[in-house]
Design a protein around this ligand. Structure first.
Ligand SMILES: *Cc1c(COP(=O)(O)O)cnc(C)c1O
Length: 421
């Protein structure tokens, strides 16, 4: 099946006289005929369902759809993108380990890596995307367990050189974990370029309608965990009477361990109803992504030609530093554009306040066009100097182009510019 078809049909195939639409199975628990059968499921929780803290038929159908779209061997849904990130790291890192990440990532991920994981004894070493191969290799320590980056970074909008980072990571026998939230599997399938694990905030384009927060981890099934680097996957798990995940589950070791062990212990599993809503978003993902890209491209060209705009950051534009990487990795540059208004903060705020169609909100990738002013909203605690270091101009506006008619979006932006004349 192609992506458009997978979006509609993967993960759930109704049998004779079953519901056409994925049913919401809203139950915490599952019934068995005998104690012996319950005992057998406790011995191998992958045999059947036990409890909805780590497995539910509605959620699992959506997991199969996401895994299929990414071309992975399996997926695990979580209650948020942050939960997906946390589990993806904890599944292979313990206190005393480290990871390498590019710094061009989501602010929430920086907080998680720099502060919370650090308190748990896991260090994050940052290496800039444009560093040389030698600089990356030099950052590895004997305790390094993963390399991390975002396909299309939020909010920097830089494009990750997935193939290069995968080669570097694999030379040290560690996996490359890629946050594919902004690209979605419709615009990029990181496994095709050598990434090993993909994480998502499904709250963004996958849901698309701004109705529920969620996340997902997807396993390519390609990484070889047997280098001696990952005793938690290869060695005995005492909390499951000594099983070895690699010996028992082979290529699915990573994603099954995340479910059986971490989801059992942390319990960040979505409700069936949330998965049902996510599935409705996924059904139109392929067709929406095409339209987001088309609308954003037109808006980016309009902004580039505007006298009120100093700079437009959109990797679909030839003027963008990531343009070549975007051509290689992305089928479109998605719907998020950053641009800098001439005249700085005061003008940017006046511009935003006068928009009638685009809403002012802390969200991106919604079906409706929305805007955010990083300097006075998400990054308001920073001084002007710190803003400059973070690459955030006081006059910068982050625009998430929606699916309205693009002429209406452009007219709205035009109204904003007229108001700051
Ligand atoms: C939003 C976002 C997250 C966090 O996801 P939540 O669903 O809000 O927890 C992680 N990574 C990226 C790239 C994001 O845009």
């Amino acid at each position: 099946m192609r992506d458009e078809t997978k979006c509609l049909h993967a993960g759930y195939t109704p049998q004779n006289a079953e519901p056409r639409v994925l049913p919401i199975i809203q139950s915490t628990t599952y019934v068995y005929d005998s104690t012996e059968e319950v005992a057998a499921v406790f011995d191998d929780p992958m045999k059947s369902l036990i409890y909805s803290r780590f497995g539910n038929p509605t959620v699992m159908a959506v997991e199969r759809k996401i895994a299929d779209l990414e071309g992975g061997i399996g997926a695990l849904c979580t209650t948020s993108g942050q939960a997906a990130l946390l589990l993806s790291i904890l599944n292979i890192c313990s206190a005393g380990d480290s990871i390498i990440s590019v710094p061009e990532i989501y602010g929430g991920s920086i907080n998680l890596f720099s502060f919370t994981l650090k308190r748990l004894g896991i260090e994050c070493i940052y290496v800039k995307q444009d560093a040389s191969d030698e600089e990356f290799h030099a950052a590895f320590c004997p305790n390094t367990k993963a390399v991390f980056g975002e396909t299309l970074a939020n909010p920097a909008l830089t494009v990750l050189d997935i193939e290069r980072l995968a080669q570097i990571a694999h030379a040290h026998h560690v996996p490359l974990i890629v946050d594919n939230t902004f690209a979605t599997p419709i615009l990029c399938k990181p496994f095709e370029f050598g990434a090993d694990i993909v994480v998502h905030s499904t709250s963004k384009y996958m849901d698309g309608h701004a109705v529920q927060v969620g996340g997902a981890i997807v396993d390519s099934g390609n990484f070889d965990w047997n280098s001696g680097n990952f005793p938690d996957l290869t060695g005995p798990d005492e909390s499951y009477h000594g099983i070895s995940y690699t010996e028992t589950y082979g290529k699915s070791a990573y994603i099954i361990k995340a479910r059986m062990q971490l989801m059992r212990d942390f319990g960040v599993y979505p409700a069936a109803h949330s998965a049902f809503l996510l599935n409705m978003g996924l059904e139109t993902l392929a067709i929406r992504m095409k339209q987001y890209c088309e609308n954003a491209m037109k808006v980016a060209h309009y902004l580039e030609s505007s006298d009120y705009v100093e700079k437009v950051i959109y990797p679909g534009l030839e003027s963008n530093a990531s343009y070549t990487l975007a051509q290689k990795y992305l089928k479109g540059a998605s719907g998020v554009i950053s641009f800098v208004i001439k005249g700085g903060k005061e003008k940017a705020i006046r511009f935003m306040n006068s928009l009638l169609l685009a809403s002012n909100e802390v969200h991106v990738a919604d079906i409706r066009t929305c805007v955010l002013h990083p300097a006075s909203e998400t990054h308001r605690q920073l001084t002007d100097e710190q803003l400059q270091d973070a690459g955030i101009h006081p006059g910068m506006v982050r625009l998430s182009v929606g699916l309205e008619n693009v002429d209406d979006i452009i007219e709205d932006l035009n109204t904003g510019f007229i108001s700051i004349q």
